[in-house]
Design a protein around this ligand. Structure first.
Ligand code: BTN
Length: 252
């Protein structure tokens, strides 16, 4: 993975064989708290997914990476950040010739109707009106059979879809590149700059969906997202905006 460092020579890039979690590593490493500082690993022993889930992270089977970024402004400055990260990952894969990707709100990367990867954005602290963020990306490349049995949702890996797998160094470099470019743009233009692209990739566009929020269920038609990154759903009694956090979506 070391070649991924080439375009990032001015940024701290840590490449590790094994780590608990690349997100945790960046969180704890004070010297890496600079925009664009990144961590890549071959395996994670305690990879984390959204909503407290475990992220299976066997050696060399996927891409595990994280990037650090500080935004000036509180939560309003980072609304929809995870949606933009999804767009960045899709664009990196497109650059390497992988087509047919879609995004499932808020930030799952889908291929052929199954999950190919996920994004975990963690806000480390909001000090002096600054938001310190760690964005983590996990992307399945070729998962071993043993791990397949332990994943509790429909998922896929790149190996099932492409005849020639992209070189992992190139893949890591492309994702790091896109992340950095899009993070800079997001800082200046916000989510608005990415919304048309996100809408075009929306897995649920105009489809009937079911929203699960704790013990509440809602069924409606997916209309898209608003400027804060909330999912807009037409329910029988009007349009409702759903914000990230504890909400899960599936097709109805
Ligand atoms: C999800 O879909 O629930 C998000 C998964 C995010 C996994 C990545 S792998 C690299 C980074 N380190 C972690 O511990 N998690 C993220």
């Amino acid at each position: 993975l070391i070649n991924a460092a080439r375009r990032f020579s001015d940024k701290p890039l840590t490449v590790l064989s094994v780590v608990d979690s690349t997100n945790t590593y960046l969180k704890l490493k004070q010297s890496a708290h600079r925009n664009g500082a990144a961590c890549l690993a071959e395996a994670q022993t305690a990879g984390r997914g959204r909503q407290g889930r475990k992220w299976q992270s066997p050696f060399g089977a996927s891409l595990y990476l994280s990037m650090y970024w500080t935004f000036s402004g509180g939560y309003q400055a980072i609304g929809g950040l995870s949606l933009m990260i999804g767009v960045a990952v899709v664009e990196a894969l497109n650059r390497l010739g992988v087509e047919g990707l879609q995004l499932k709100w808020p930030n799952d990367i889908y291929l052929d109707g199954k999950k190919l990867g996920g994004v975990l954005v963690e806000v480390e602290g909001q000090i002096h009106d600054q938001s310190h963020c760690i964005v983590g990306v996990g992307l399945n490349i070729r998962l071993p059979d043993l791990v397949r049995e332990e994943i509790d949702q429909p998922y896929t890996d790149l190996a099932q879809h492409v005849t020639r797998l992209p070189d992992r160094n190139l893949l890591a470099a492309a994702v790091l590149d896109e992340l950095q470019e899009n993070l800079i743009r997001f800082e200046h233009e916000g989510l608005a700059a990415f919304l048309p692209r996100w809408e075009a990739l929306n897995l649920f566009k105009a489809r009937k969906i079911k929203m699960l929020c704790g013990s509440n269920h809602f069924e409606g038609v997916c209309l898209g997202v608003n400027k804060d990154g909330a999912l807009l759903v037409r329910l029988p009694d009007g349009v409702k905006a759903f914000y990230g956090g504890e909400v899960s979506v599936r097709s109805a």
